[in-house]
Write a protein of this length. Structure first.
Length: 368
């Protein structure tokens, strides 16, 4: 079966975590790169990673890479790609270019040359789908030092947009980051999980989905389903296997927030995700204590900072540090901090750290 050259796009900082995920999904030639992970897989494998990866943003197929010095040359080389496998004559194209260190610096002209190359490919078949049923097909063109790389997007909407978060506050944490933090922390379903300041409930849902082996992409709309080369029987087989992996487990997840309205939003999001195992409670984080009968577990805390809060941010971290020291001896704690100053206020030794770019800014995840 033909192997496809693929690239899993990630947020900066999550590359190694996604590489580890891919290693569990039977793909080949895994290599960490800037902003993502290169790998090879079959079309069935492409279906599988789109359905089951928890921490990647999107999956691309790298269709071609070549040197070019002019727009006519770009057009002619782009036209040689087997577009008839991926693009129908009535598809809506979204060609996006980025240009660096090249003679072809005009992104608009690069996009037009590749669009014309696709549209003028005589072998493009007509799709039997109605226009309302078709998703825009993104084609990504990168010009770097006169080397052109052309990729096609297989995921459509970003994979972090799971579809359950209908209610959220300011600057919510992406679902992929929440899943990555849970993965990185080594949390398992038999370990108690406390989620103070739970916000929109993203950590709770992602934890439940991990515990129950619920594939995050089951409800996602993928553009590859409208490709001329798409084989529905193969897709249904991969989908059925992912769906059958779900299991019923008992978990001890407690999510809390002081704001009743925010907590109600988290409950609604959890309900939309069919995540019914989490206990939600109105609680001040400074009154947090271990649940009765639970000696150890994991706390994940994402205190408000930046646009999400006004006032003395550092005092929150100072109070959290005191709470952890006095009430949670033996527990594992993961805290998201925006800067070194807030980290210092915790007053606790850092055992591990992860740095991720979110919303254009670097945030630091600390395991204490």
């Amino acid at each position: 079966m033909e192997k496809l050259n693929c690239f899993a796009v990630t947020l900066p900082g999550l590359e190694k975590i996604v590489a580890e995920e891919l290693g569990l999904l039977s793909v080949d030639q895994i290599k960490v790169d800037d902003g993502g992970v290169c790998f090879q897989t079959t079309m069935d494998g492409l279906f599988r990673v789109n359905l089951r990866l928890r921490c990647a943003t999107r999956i691309l197929i790298r269709l071609a890479e070549f040197r070019t010095h002019s727009f006519p040359e770009l057009y002619n080389k782009a036209k040689k790609i087997q577009w008839e496998r991926y693009i129908s004559a009535n598809a809506t194209l979204d060609v996006r270019a980025s240009c660096h260190g090249t003679k072809l610096l005009h992104t608009g002209r690069v996009e037009l040359a590749v669009t014309d190359a696709i549209r003028n490919k005589h072998a493009l078949p007509e799709s039997t789908l109605k226009a309302s049923e078709m998703l825009p097909q993104a084609v990504l063109v990168r010009m770097d030092d006169d080397i052109c790389s052309i990729s096609i997007d297989t995921s459509g909407e970003r994979l972090d947009r799971r579809g359950y978060r209908h209610h959220s506050g300011k600057a919510p944490l992406r679902e992929t980051i929440a899943a990555a933090i849970l993965n990185w922390s080594g949390w398992q379903e038999d370990e108690a999980l406390l989620l103070p300041m739970c916000g929109s409930g993203t950590f709770a849902v992602e934890a439940e989905w991990m515990a129950t082996h619920r594939a995050p992409g089951l409800d996602h709309a993928f553009p590859f389903k409208q490709w001329p080369s798409f084989k529905e029987k193969r897709w249904l087989r991969v989908y059925a296997k992912a769906e059958a992996m779900q299991r019923d487990v008992t978990v001890n997840i407690l999510a809390s927030d002081l704001d009743r309205e925010i907590l109600e939003q988290a409950r609604k999001n959890a309900k939309a995700a069919s995540a019914s195992r989490t206990q939600f409670a109105v609680q001040d984080v400074l009154q947090l204590s271990p649940p009765a009968g639970v000696k150890t577990g994991l706390i994940i805390c994402n205190p408000p900072y930046g646009d999400r809060i006004k006032g003395d941010v550092k005092s929150i971290y100072r109070q959290l540090g005191e709470l952890f020291k006095t009430s949670f001896e033996g527990w594992r704690m993961v805290v998201i901090v925006p800067d070194q100053g807030c980290e210092n206020e915790l007053g606790l030794p850092v055992k591990r750290r992860l740095k991720v770019k979110h919303g254009g800014k670097w945030v630091h995840i600390l395991q204490l």
